[in-house]
Write a protein that binds this ligand. Structure first.
Ligand code: 3HC
Ligand code: NAI
Length: 650
């Protein structure tokens, strides 16, 4: 039975058991509706506790049902029945009460949560707004500006904060269900509280006035409809009678659900969960992971080490000499300090994590490592020297990984005595923040080594995507291709800020030239120089980036790049860059033609889709959805467009 009822001492315990996350699919909705009828009709029942089996309270509506016609009873109707019950309902929340799950809890008369629970309305992350009363009931329980913030950001709040906000009535001190039953026994004798629907909206709090919260979310929306619909729904909740506000919410929800943005976001939701699944690994256990070695304490090595430490792993970092080891140690300590300041680590955890870290200048310190990640200079000879050295010092069953951005992982692996234990683990900067992890699989890779790489991704909370070996794997290969297309457009008639504006208007977090200025133009210049000898002379080559670097313009860090940067660090159009671009077009005999914004995006998308198709054909990516996951998570491609392959109809 999906919904069970057991009555003890006058209290009915209604338990939902719908793995994996107790989503409110049809069986749950029907079961809850029946439970209201039964408990209302049973004179032995004085109060009801609603709890869930398994890992979590209801995590929302069943997203898989969204593409299909929904069968009655519908969630808003079921929740109206709970809200109208004559016996008090107490929601007992563990894990996450999300979306329709929190809305169910809001329909109950009381809420009690386990200390580790989190509560939220994350519908905007799926291109939606709450569709079962959340926008109307939440601002009647917590202040309207905080309700808007929760709904428009989609960010869940932990139990403690929920208690401060007035979202829950109590935090369980012992076993949640026992505490909830005791709570229900107590409230059974009190008069039934007025349902939320009969209460007025709570006024805005002094510190977070509604107008300011609405303006912040409007600014951040960048073309997304759901946050704006959330603002509209909250206004309705304040100005319309409850029944009308609920109807208006439902209409907004349905329009969003059937719209392109929500479809795209649902595609990415499921694609992210399917990524990194490899059928042939079923039954293959990953090797134990406790102790990670990291070679190189620069930008990436430090970020990777910090990510591992934050996840509770021990880390030994190896650098070239004592000074470099100290610099690497300081970088890692700086990241952990930042995590403590942002509340990601408690002071106690911070001390424990730091104690699990050592920076050394001798490879022997890696004798106990379960997995070693190399993040030294992007140079094949240096990588070969590292992998040859690792063979002598690591346990034979340790997995060895390279964080190379572009180099041939199979060739790196050949430097080791046992190449079958070598794979690529391509993190993105900053490695302790970015969620994506490309897992690069050279031919002949041992299955248990691959399973271990995937287990590490899970432990670090990353989204793993399997990639084959090629220049740049999935992410950098596709990025190189569309960057080239953007450079062609510079010569053909567009200017960097026009291309960036087109991308940002499409929804990218940042345009490609601004992004390059930020990461520094010198690194890719060095790579182009290394590759100059092997470049196909027949291929169109744009020299503008080289010309900028020759003039010492390495991007934001030098105050000049594609843009000019003032004291405040803001990017401004650069007349010097414009003159340089015009001169390059003239030198090549190109008659510049303005490139309209729609054409800019059409050309960039076509380049991504075309390269994506090649990556698929060559078996470098396992699916078009994997490519979308990579591009959305690596380069600020708007999630609500679903990724380039989805946008192209793949
Ligand atoms: N519907 C259907 N399936 C869901 C689901 C949902 N709401 N939420 C999670 N799942 C599935 C996942 O697809 C996955 O399935 P798989 O094992 O076959 O891949 C499985 O449950 C486990 O999910 P995760 O791998 O994400 O497990 P985690 O433990 O890492 O995270 C979670 C659990 C925090 C609940 C996370 O799954 C999550 O954030 N889910 C979405 C929550 C959400 O957005 N809810 C709102 C839905 S819209 C709504 O409620 C509308 C309402 O207002 C009317
Ligand atoms: P970096 O230059 O910041 O750091 C490299 C570090 O390796 C230096 O501290 C250096 O002292 C150390 N090192 C060099 N040879 C060594 C050796 N033999 N033994 C021990 N330490 C050694 O470089 P960064 O940016 O951290 O890049 C490292 C690797 O990660 C490169 O392969 C790069 O392509 C890749 N990468 C870089 C990304 C980025 O955004 N910077 C993103 C993803 C991958």
């Amino acid at each position: 039975m999906t919904v069970q009822i057991e009555t003890r001492d006058g209290i009915a315990l209604v338990t939902i058991d719908n793995p994996p996350v107790n989503a409110t699919g049809h069986a749950v909705r029907q079961g809850l509706s029946d439970a209201v009828a039964r408990t209302e009709g049973d004179s032995a029942v004085r109060a009801v506790v609603l709890a869930c089996a398994g890992r979590t309270f209801i995590a929302g509506a069943d997203i898989r049902e969204f593409g299909q016609p929904l069968a009655a009873p519908h969630l808003p109707d079921v929740l109206a029945r709970i809200a109208g019950a004559r016996k008090p309902w107490v929601a007992a929340i563990h894990g996450t009460a999300l979306g329709g799950g929190l809305e169910t809890a809001l329909a109950c008369h009381y809420r009690i949560a386990a200390p580790g629970a989190a509560l939220g309305l994350p519908e905007v992350t799926l291109g939606l707004i709450p569709g079962a009363g959340g926008t109307v009931r939440l601002p009647r329980l917590i202040t309207v500006d905080r309700a808007l913030d929760m709904i428009a950001s989609g960010t869940p709040v932990p139990a403690l904060r929920a208690r401060e906000l007035g979202l829950i009535d109590a935090i369980a001190g012992g076993d949640l269900v026992s505490d909830a039953l005791a709570f229900a026994r107590e409230v059974a004798d009190r008069p039934l509280p007025a349902p939320l629907d009969d209460r007025p909206p709570r006024p805005e709090s002094a510190e977070g006035a509604l107008k300011a919260v609405a303006a912040r979310h409007t600014d951040r929306a960048r073309g997304q409809r759901a946050p704006l619909a959330a603002i509209e729904a909250l206004r309705n909740a304040q100005t319309l009678p409850v029944a009308e506000a609920l109807n208006a919410e439902r209409a907004l929800f349905q329009a969003l659900r059937d719209g392109a943005q929500s479809k795209a976001l649902r595609h990415i939701f499921f694609a992210e969960r399917a990524a990194g699944r490899v059928d042939r690994l079923k039954g293959i256990a990953p090797r134990p992971l406790d102790h990670i070695g990291v070679i190189g304490g620069g930008t990436m090595g430090a970020g990777i080490a910090a990510a591992c430490l934050i996840a509770g792993l021990s880390v030994t970092m190896i650098e070239r000499d004592a000074d470099a080891a100290e610099a690497g140690r300081a970088r890692v300590a700086g990241i952990l300090d930042g995590a403590r300041k942002r509340g990601k680590l408690t002071p106690e955890d911070h001390a424990v994590r730091l104690a699990a870290f050592a920076a050394r200048d001798n490879y022997e310190a890696l004798a106990e490592a379960d997995l070693v990640i190399e993040a030294v200079f992007e140079d094949m000879d240096v990588k070969h020297a590292v992998f040859a050295a690792l063979d002598g010092v690591t346990r034979p069953d340790a997995v060895l990984a390279s964080n190379t951005s572009y180099l041939d992982v199979a060739e790196i692996a050949r430097a080791a005595d046992t190449p079958a234990r070598v794979l690529g683990l391509h993190f993105f900067a900053p490695a302790h923040i970015m969620k994506l992890l490309e897992i690069v699989t050279p031919e002949g890779l041992d299955d248990s080594a691959l399973a271990t790489g995937l287990a590490l991704a899970k432990r670090l909370g990353k989204i793993p995507v399997i990639a084959g070996v090629c220049d740049g794997f999935i992410a950098n290969r596709i990025m190189s291709r569309y960057r080239r297309e953007a450079e062609y457009m510079l010569e053909d008639g567009a200017l960097p800020w026009e291309i960036d504006a087109a991308m940002e208007n499409y929804g990218f977090a940042m345009g490609i030239f601004r992004m390059q200025d930020l990461s520094g133009l010198d690194i890719s210049w060095a790579m182009r120089k290394r590759r100059a000898a092997t470049r196909d002379p027949a291929e169109r080559y744009v020299d503008i980036g080289d010309r900028l670097c020759e003039a010492g313009h390495f991007g934001q860090k030098t105050g000049r790049g594609y843009y000019r940067y003032g004291e405040d660090g803001r990017a401004q159009r650069s007349a010097e860059t414009e003159a340089l671009i015009l001169a390059e077009s003239a030198r090549k005999g190109i008659a510049r033609q303005p490139v309209p914004e729609t054409e800019i995006m059409a050309r960039l998308l076509a380049a991504m889709q075309d390269e994506g198709a090649c990556v698929l054909d060559e078996g470098i990516a396992q699916s078009a959805a994997d490519i979308d996951v990579v591009i959305v998570n690596a380069f600020g491609f708007p999630r609500w467009k679903g990724g380039p392959m989805f946008a192209g109809g793949a």
